[in-house]
Design a protein around this ligand. Structure first.
Ligand SMILES: CC(C)(COP(=O)(O)OP(=O)(O)OC[C@H]1O[C@@H](n2cnc3c(N)ncnc32)[C@H](O)[C@@H]1OP(=O)(O)O)[C@@H](O)C(=O)NCCC(=O)NCCS
Length: 162
C-alpha cells in the first residue's frame, strides 16, 4: 500500500564538507567528481527518506559547475525533492561555498538527479506522492515536470531519426 503524500521539507537534507587537499584537482580547487559524489549522497538520502525504501540513481542531468571552490573553504550541500513519478523521484541539489575567513558565500553547483525506489527483489516500487505547498516547492515541481517532458521529447526525436 502506498503511503500518504509527504512534503519536500519532510525529506530535505543539508550536508557540510570542508575542501581538503585530497579533494582537489591540479588547479588546487575542488575536483568535480568529489562534488558529484557529495551531491549523489545528499540526493540519495532525500529519496530514501521520502519513500522509506532502498533507492538507486537512475539519471543525473543539468549539472552546472558555476564557480570553483578553494581548499579550506566550507561547502554546503542542500537537497530536496522536486518531483515524483510512479516509482521515480527527482531531487534538486544546490551547492554553496563559504569562505570561512570572510563569510562570503557563492552558489557553485546545481544539479537534478532521478532516483528509483526498489522493493525487496530489486524491482521498482511505487513511492508516496509529493505535497507541494510553498511558492518555491511549486516552482521546482513545475520546472521538474517540464524537464521530464523535455527528456521524453528529446528521446522521441532521436528515436524517430534512427
Ligand atoms: C533504475 C532502474 C532500477 C530502472 O529499472 P527499469 O526496469 O528500467 O524500470 P522502469 O522502466 O520500470 O522505470 C522505473 C522508473 O524509473 C524511471 N527511469 C528509468 N530510467 C530512467 C532514466 N535513465 N532517467 C530518468 N528516469 C528513469 C522511469 O521513468 C520510471 O519512472 P516512473 O515509475 O516514476 O514512471 C534500473 O535501470 C537500474 O537498476 N539501473 C542501475 C542503477 C544503478 O546501479 N545506479 C548507480 C549507478 S552508478
Amino acid at each position: 500500500m502506498t503511503k500518504s503524500p509527504k512534503t519536500p521539507s519532510e525529506s530535505a537534507v543539508e550536508m557540510r564538507e570542508m575542501v581538503m587537499p585530497n579533494h582537489t584537482n591540479p588547479q588546487n580547487t575542488v575536483f568535480g567528481g568529489t562534488v558529484m559524489s557529495w551531491i549523489d549522497i545528499a540526493a540519495a538520502m532525500v529519496a530514501a527518506r521520502h519513500c522509506g525504501k532502498p533507492v538507486v540513481t537512475a539519471h543525473i542531468d543539468d549539472i552546472d559547475f558555476i564557480a570553483p571552490i578553494k581548499v579550506g573553504y566550507h561547502v554546503l550541500i542542500q537537497a530536496s525533492l522536486n518531483y515524483v513519478g510512479k516509482t521515480s523521484m527527482i531531487v534538486g541539489v544546490k551547492v554553496t561555498s563559504e569562505n570561512p575567513y570572510t563569510g562570503e558565500v557563492r552558489t557553485t553547483t546545481k544539479a537534478y538527479l532521478t532516483f528509483v525506489a526498489l522493493d525487496d527483489l530489486g524491482k521498482p516500487i511505487e513511492v508516496p506522492g509529493l505535497k507541494v505547498e510553498t511558492e518555491d516547492e511549486i516552482r521546482r515541481f513545475e520546472n521538474a515536470k517540464k524537464r521530464v517532458q523535455m527528456k521524453k521529447d528529446v528521446r522521441n526525436t532521436l528515436e524517430n531519426k534512427k
